[in-house]
Design a protein around this ligand. Structure first.
Ligand SMILES: [Mg+2]
Length: 276
């Protein structure tokens, strides 16, 4: 393939740049991550880290990644909740029911939207937004279902079934809640996270790069690679997370990574990252 001129590199976090230890709440950098980011800086390529997790608000990732030696510029870490909050504010929503932790609540509050908690006597809302939380029970589930029965549209940051951590697969709880909600309401949940391309529009706003000028690097062929291929980006799969090389290559040609590498070290001298 002809090497395009790359202006922005969009890295997944979990399984690509780093692995998260859930109990300790810390990250460990994966091989090559620190040096490849340094190479991007030398080459004048903007670096954006886009995680599909909604554990934390974007600002919380900066010190955690910095402790692992990964330094990302302010405002250049994205989460699906941050993408969702920006998009829902643009739609003119004023009041939404949020079932999620601070990772979802903080970006929504920052966007100026009023948050309604999922309780038995909740007032009517414009929409429902699902994010990662372990703090819920039947009352909360019933409240979001009731809101959708009453006409609110359901949205989610991510509906990934699971993601990679230092302990192996972790359940994607908002995906499980979304499935329960769809089962009860027969209403499809609209997703902002990967593989939806909404986050890449935010990358364009942040960096000025068009999709054709972006390289997307991720460990999940169903998430990062599908998102990047849909938008027209150069796509690189890395096998330090949930998929091996055979899995990446098992996808149809138009959804497949352009390149699959064992780890990020293999990319430091690759022409894609040489700059202009
Ligand atoms: Mg990942």
């Amino acid at each position: 393939m002809t090497e395009p001129r790359v202006k922005a590199a969009v890295f997944d976090i979990d399984g690509t740049l780093a692995l998260m230890n859930k109990e300790a709440g810390t990250f460990t950098a994966l091989p090559g991550a620190i040096d490849l980011i340094a190479q991007c800086e030398r080459a004048g390529i903007s670096v954006v880290a886009y995680t599909n997790g909604t554990f934390f608000p974007p600002a919380h990732y900066h010190p955690l990644l910095a402790d692992a030696g990964i330094h990302i510029k302010d405002g250049q870490i994205l989460t699906p909740a941050a993408v969702a909050a920006q998009a829902l504010a643009l739609k003119g929503y004023r009041k939404i029911m949020v079932m999620g932790g601070d990772g979802t609540r903080v970006p929504v509050a920052d966007s100026g939207i009023e948050i309604v908690d999922p309780t038995a006597d909740a007032p009517s809302v414009d929409a429902v937004l699902l994010g990662y939380t372990r703090d819920f029970g039947a009352t909360e589930l019933e409240a979001v279902v009731q809101a959708v029965w009453d006409g609110a549209h359901p949205y989610a940051g991510s509906v990934a079934p699971y993601f990679a951590s230092s302990k192996g697969r972790m359940l994607g709880i908002s995906g499980a809640i979304a499935a329960a909600l769809e089962n009860a309401t027969d209403t499809k949940v609209t997703v902002f996270g990967k593989p939806a391309v909404a986050g890449l529009d935010v990358v364009t706003t942040l960096t000025g790069a068009q999709a054709q000028e972006m390289v997307v690097i991720g460990d999940d062929p169903k998430l990062e690679i599908r998102m990047g291929r849909k938008a027209g980006c150069t796509c690189i799969g890395v096998t330090t997370g949930i998929a091996n090389s055979d899995t990446f290559h098992s996808f149809p040609e138009n959804e497949r990574a352009h390149l699959v590498v064992e780890n990020l070290t293999d990319l430091i001298t690759h022409p894609i990252f040489a700059g202009t």
